[in-house]
Design a protein around this ligand. Structure first.
Ligand code: 5GP
Ligand code: ZN
Length: 114
């Protein structure tokens, strides 16, 4: 299996790392859509939200808590930010390894649904 995010997690390809722990990594998106655009990724290869199970509950909770901590670190808590999880083809999910987009650092109002 050749998964871009597994390759970043293992160090096989470089990533601009922001945060790492036992369960998660976070790195800057290679093609940022906003001034702050960070991907928060479980180390475990889970393809999408469609593939999560009860055993992933702790890690999934940690994804949101870590997003909040990174938003604080980036200084965007007061201005606001979006957390986006694209799931499947209609959502345009390109990398089939579950990830949360942390988007912020600029005015994103008027951007439609996401
Ligand atoms: P998706 O549409 O799957 O939710 O978003 C995947 C995101 O991963 C995109 O925003 C894309 O720019 C980013 N991405 C794809 N390949 C790489 C890569 O090799 N490195 C990094 N840092 N980001 C990537
Ligand atoms: Zn993977």
């Amino acid at each position: 299996m050749d998964c871009t995010f597994c390759n970043i997690i293992s160090g096989k390809i470089p990533g601009d790392m922001i945060y790492q722990d036992r369960d998660l990594v976070a790195f800057r998106d290679i093609n940022p859509a906003t001034r702050v655009h960070i991907l928060i990724v479980p180390r475990k290869h889970i393809e999408s939200v469609n593939d999560v199970s009860a055993s992933d509950q702790t890690v999934l909770g940690k994804l949101i808590i870590t997003a909040k901590k990174i938003a604080e670190h980036m200084g965007i808590t007061d201005s606001g930010y979006k957390l986006v999880i694209n799931t499947g083809k209609d959502a345009g999910q390109m990398v089939l390894h579950l990830h949360v987009h942390l988007l912020g650092g600029e005015d994103m109002k008027g951007g439609g649904l996401c």
